[in-house]
Ligand binder design. Sequence first.
Ligand SMILES: [Zn+2]
Length: 139
Amino acid sequence: MKSEMTKYKKLLLEKKQRLLDEVKHIEKDALKQSQRDASGDLSGYSIHMADAATDNYDREFSLGLATNVQKILYEIEEALKRISEKRFGNCLNCNKPIPKKRLTAVPYAKLCIECQSSEEKQQRSSGVVLPPPPSSPSE
Ligand SMILES: [Zn+2]
């Protein structure tokens, strides 16, 4: 049991490091972009409108990505805390053990698959309007 915790801790720390590297890249890119905007980059005058729009899109995409990464980093911190408090590996909702396969794939998972999917369903029905799934084979 103890060696298993060590394994998950290692997975979490590796994942954390990768995400931190990613954030660094994203921030560097965003910085480069805004510096170019601020300096008015002379060569930029020849940029077509379409290119400018793409730049804008890329930056918004990067920022969205960074937010997502921050969220996962937070989940990882929480998972590491759960390991040190010896309550890692159980669903925070129903308290059933989370399958090892799931923990290996998503070491920061805090809910079992059933609770996760019912929570997602709840979020979907509680005002947050999301686009419908791409295909609904049952209809
Ligand atoms: Zn559960």
